[in-house]
Design a protein around this ligand. Structure first.
Ligand SMILES: [Zn+2]
Length: 457
């Protein structure tokens, strides 16, 4: 195993990293409220000699921590936010909420934080030994619906980094090759005139009618947009609960996705016109505001190849008898596909990267990827068949196997970074591929004056 000496430091300090993951799981905090997690991580990094910069873009839970100076400058991402409505006991194989607790780690970001911290500290040992280069851990808040990295990216915090190596808990071990869609979230507000729906309906102008007509209009739009685009909506304010009233105010939130920001802009303009049409039909007024957005993911084949080699070089965690029993008990609660039934309950080998296929989802890591060459790894912390954002992924994210896979993630990220620091040619090739795809032009997808929904501790 290459870089064994540095990677072994992760096993030597395994207790620290597992403790970080468990503490963040226990103190689960949601988007922009991750104060305890940030204190825990930055405290450890500061003690290790990292220089900490807090409050990136004025966000109290966004930070960067750098060790060393100069080039190559490589970055690691860490996430630590949890999900609402995910209350679940850890390490059990049945749906069992924790009384009085509403927030839990259904996306494994507690592991994401612990594994990335492990990688940063291992690379620090390497930087000390070779006496060149720098490593920066970016603390990224609000991945779940808050697009924290988009706000960070628009400040330019990632633009002087040579490459970012990241990962995410999954059910397999594989370098991510698939791109993701750009998106924009827009709230349309309709205002009409309230009236008694029985006594004087002729005096009323219904904002709820306008929302319904807008949704019908967009349903017809769907046949005439690119197959790769998606438009979703939720009625966030139906105007009230009384049917004997003409609703004077109503709101609908749209999520518009497409393969790149340009196509999102075109689709956004068409959805805007449908909203105006709905207002015209109902004699109401419409206004709209963008509330979030992210770019499409830029993938870098050279970084994928380096990460893939590093992943193959490091031994995967071996599940114990107890892990296997837990895995089988969990799988008995899942709808496994025939292919999944054929697989061992935990992934036992690193898969070769798949040809990139279109994917309907989006990620705020995309905005990082527009600013510097970026690669992500999928790590098999969870049992095969585990649905994301589920009680099963929540329960497992504090389990012994998940944490051993987290240590593997730390090693895979650190090894990829050390390989890149020693291979200037690969790093240059990655930068060239990045330039070919972005032409060095990043346009933040959100309005310049949009602020994230920050929360006090
Ligand atoms: Zn996640």
């Amino acid at each position: 195993m290459l870089y064994e000496k540095y990677l072994n430091t992760i096993d030597e300090r395994a207790e620290l990293f597992c403790n970080v993951a468990d503490t963040i799981w226990d103190d689960a905090e949601t988007a922009y409220g991750e104060y305890k997690a940030v204190r825990l991580i930055t405290g450890i990094l500061e003690e290790a000699g990292f220089e900490i910069t807090c409050n990136i873009d004025g966000i109290p839970t966004a930070f960067k921590a750098t060790y060393g100076s100069g080039k190559p400058a490589i970055g690691i991402l860490a996430e630590y936010d949890a999900l609402h409505g995910m209350s679940q006991q850890p390490c059990v194989a049945e749906k069992l909420p924790i009384p009085g607790k509403n927030t839990c780690h259904g996306c494994g970001h507690n592991l994401f934080a612990g594994g990335s911290l492990a990688a940063a500290l291992a690379v620090k040992e390497y930087v000390d030994a070779v006496g060149r280069g720098s490593i920066t851990l970016f603390g990224c808040p609000a991945e779940e619906g808050g697009s924290g990295k988009v706000y960070m990216a628009r400040t330019g915090v990632f633009s002087d980094i040579d490459a970012i190596v990241s990962w995410h808990p999954e059910k397999m071990y594989m370098v991510r090759t698939r791109p993701s869609l750009a998106n924009l979230s827009v709230i349309y507000s309709f205002d009409g005139i309230a009236a008694h729906a029985g006594g004087s309906p002729e005096k009323g102008r219904s904002a709820l009618d306008a929302v319904e007509l807008m949704n019908v209009g967009v349903n017809f739009l769907r046949e005439h947009m690119p197959l790769t685009s998606r438009v979703h909506y939720a009625i966030t304010d139906a105007g009230g609960l009384a049917p004997n009233m003409v609703q004077s105010h109503a709101e609908v939130k749209y999520l518009i996705r497409a393969v790149n920001a340009g196509e999102v802009r075109e689709l956004h303009a068409r959805v805007d016109r449908i909203a105006q049409g709905a207002a015209l039909m109902t004699d109401t007024a419409v206004s709209s505001r963008v509330v979030s957005g992210c770019s499409d993911l830029i993938t870098i084949p050279t970084l994928q190849a380096v990460a893939n080699e590093a992943m193959h070089d490091i031994p995967l965690p071996v599940p114990t008898q107890q892990d296997m029993e837990y895995a089988r008990a969990l799988q008995s609660t899942m709808n496994l596909t025939d292919a999944e039934k054929e697989m061992p309950p935990y992934a036992l080998s690193v898969r070769d990267p798949a040809p990139p296929v279109a994917h309907g989802g989006s990620t705020d890591t995309a905005d990082v990827s527009w600013n510097c060459p970026t690669v992500q790894m999928h790590i098999g912390n969870w049992v095969v068949g585990t649905p994301g954002h589920s009680w099963q992924s929540t329960a497992q994210s504090r389990s012994p196997y998940a944490k051993r896979a987290m240590l593997y993630a730390g090693k895979a990220v650190a090894a990829t970074i050390m390989r890149l620091m020693d291979d200037g040619e690969a790093l240059n090739r990655a930068k060239y591929e990045h330039y070919q795809k972005t032409k060095g032009k990043y346009v933040p997808p959100i309005p310049a004056d949009l602020r994230p929904p920050l929360r006090e501790e």
